[in-house]
Design a protein around this ligand. Structure first.
Ligand code: C2O
Length: 528
């Protein structure tokens, strides 16, 4: 194993991902940020210097952070924000392999561009000999407005209008906005080159696909090339009901690897990522930023060696997709059988909650509690310092669940009319049940799949449905469990799972984590 060092500079640049120029919150002036590639077992040491003008954090989505909970990057839960002009170093080992990503976990900064991809290779990957080369593709929605004003509107008193509406879809940070719709005075470049992936006839390619959206499910496809799914969020998978898929639905924060067989006539083919509009949480309400000229479709080019520059032939493409569910519902299973634990020791029922506070501001939450992060003393620090850690359940600012050692089951009931992709930090989980019906009475325990259920770290919980997950509490720390629609995070749709709190200790808390909070506290005083 190797130690790999990175220096990230966070800074705001001007960029036109889909033609439309806007300020972009970037890592090293790039969007998406630099690709990190490592091998299983390696250590990553990533020094982040913040020159954004605002505080920031970086979260490493899907990485377990065993023994390094304080480098999980979650503002208010595992660390204080990194103030402007301050550096902070993340330092952790990679026990997993597969496709991951990183993003800011401070306000809606990642929607403004602070994202990147993290790949962990594995010599024991069962598919290693099934492809010749590999590519990384991000798919996402994209906004022309910075997130801050959108968030202010979304959290304003008396606001009833739903979530901010995206302006475009992107493939690997590139899209095709219709510049004639751009407002007067803006800058728009109508000639953004399409993202292009070169292949050679007769070879096979692994594509790693990551949905880095704020709000949208996308469907990914490559014309005339069915895709064989081989990985979901770090777990090698096999297809069960069908050998290949034509359209891969991919929810926010989910990742897949697929194999493409370049066995078609030498030509150019469209790569497509389309926002599934029926899956935009409760789209019919969305009045912030609503613009009917949104281009739901981004295209790229699969270019066969020797094909010349001709435009791809167009095919019959459905353009609207009814489904808003995980692919795992019937299509994939882990490559290696891995039964779910049969004995549950901690059984939780989480109900999605909506309420308006005294100022008539909308909040989402879990079980009658909407989450607000601690600014100056994140939960893990409070616990490790044994300050104020009495009973989080009565603390309205940071709702927490004590998770003792054992097997945790969470039954998540979504009896609301919006769809919520849920992500668990620090773990992946077995999905033992999911389907329509948002009440316990809709769920039959006898139908749980414990034999070989899908394992992942992010799952879609469509409106009026439920999901039942299990995981082992083998990673002491403070872990977020939340809807990954960024607008919903800011409304409080987050639970803090405080895993084995008696096992945190001051001895293991690195000085730099505590020092960062001191710096942040004096920084925030100066701001006042
Ligand atoms: Cu992508 Cu809380 O994470």
């Amino acid at each position: 194993p190797k130690t790999r060092y990175y220096h990230f500079e966070l800074k705001v640049i001007k960029l036109s991902p889909d033609g439309f120029e806007r300020p972009v919150w970037s890592v090293d002036g790039q969007y998406p940020g630099p690709l990190i590639q490592a091998n299983k077992g390696d250590r990553l040491v990533i020094n982040v210097t913040n020159n954004l003008g605002d505080p920031a954090t970086i979260h490493w989505h899907g990485i377990f952070q065993r023994g390094t909970n304080w480098y999980d990057g979650v503002r208010g839960q595992t660390q204080c924000p990194i103030p402007n002009r301050v550096s902070f170093t993340y330092n952790y080992t990679l026990e997993q392999s597969g496709t991951f990503w990183y993003h800011s976990h401070f306000l809606a900064q990642y929607v403004d561009g602070l994202i990147g991809v993290l790949i962990v290779h594995d010599r024991e990957d069962p598919y290693l000999n099934s492809y010749d080369e590999e590519y990384v593709i991000t798919v996402s929605d994209w906004y022309h407005s910075p997130s801050a004003p959108l968030l202010i509107q979304r959290t304003a008193p008396h606001y009833t209008g739903g979530n901010p509406y995206p302006d475009a879809a992107l493939i690997s940070g590139l899209g095709q906005y219709n510049c004639s719709a751009a407002p007067v005075g803006s800058h728009c470049n109508p000639n953004v080159p399409p993202p292009t992936y070169n292949v050679q006839k007769g070879k096979k390619y692994r594509f790693r696909i990551i949905n880095t959206s704020a709000y949208s499910t996308l469907t990914f496809s490559i014309d005339n090339h069915p895709l064989k799914v081989i990985e979901a969020e770090g777990t090698p998978v096999k297809n069960v009901s069908v050998a290949t898929v034509k359209f891969l639905p991919i929810h926010i924060a989910q990742r897949y690897s697929v194999i493409l067989n370049a066995n078609q006539p030498v030509a150019n083919y469209y790569i497509r990522a389309s926002i599934i509009d029926s899956c935009l949480a409760a789209r019919t309400n969305d009045t912030i930023n609503y613009n009917s000229s949104i281009n739901f479709n981004a295209t790229g080019i699969l270019h066969y060696h020797g094909a010349g520059n001709n435009k791809p032939k167009s095919i019959a493409y459905p353009f609207t997709f009814p489904l808003c569910q995980d692919l795992n519902a019937n299509a994939i299973r882990p490559y290696k059988d891995s039964p779910a634990p049969t004995k549950v020791t901690n059984d939780f029922v989480f109900e999605i909650y909506f309420a308006r506070d005294d100022d008539d501001v909308a909040h989402l939450g879990i079980n009658n509690s909407s989450f607000m992060p601690f600014f100056n003393n994140p939960t893990n620090l409070r616990i490790m310092l044994q300050e104020n850690y009495t009973d989080f359940d009565t603390d309205q600012n940071a709702y927490g669940y004590d998770i003792p050692n054992g097997c945790v089951q969470i039954t998540l009931l979504n009896n609301k009319t919006a769809d919520h992709p849920f992500h668990l930090h620090g773990h992946n989980f077995w999905i033992v049940a999911q389907g329509p019906g948002a009440f316990l009475s809709n769920i039959s325990k006898s139908s749980y799949n414990l034999k070989n259920p899908v394992i992942r770290d992010t799952t879609m919980v469509p409106r009026l449905s439920h999901v039942v997950i299990r995981y082992i509490a083998d990673n002491p720390g403070v872990w977020a469990f939340h809807c990954h629609i960024e607008w919903h995070v800011e409304l409080g749709l987050v639970a803090q799972l405080i895993e084995r709190p008696t096992e945190f200790s001051n001895e293991t808390l690195p000085d730099d984590v505590r020092a960062l909070c001191l710096e942040y506290n004096s920084y925030s005083k100066k701001q006042k």
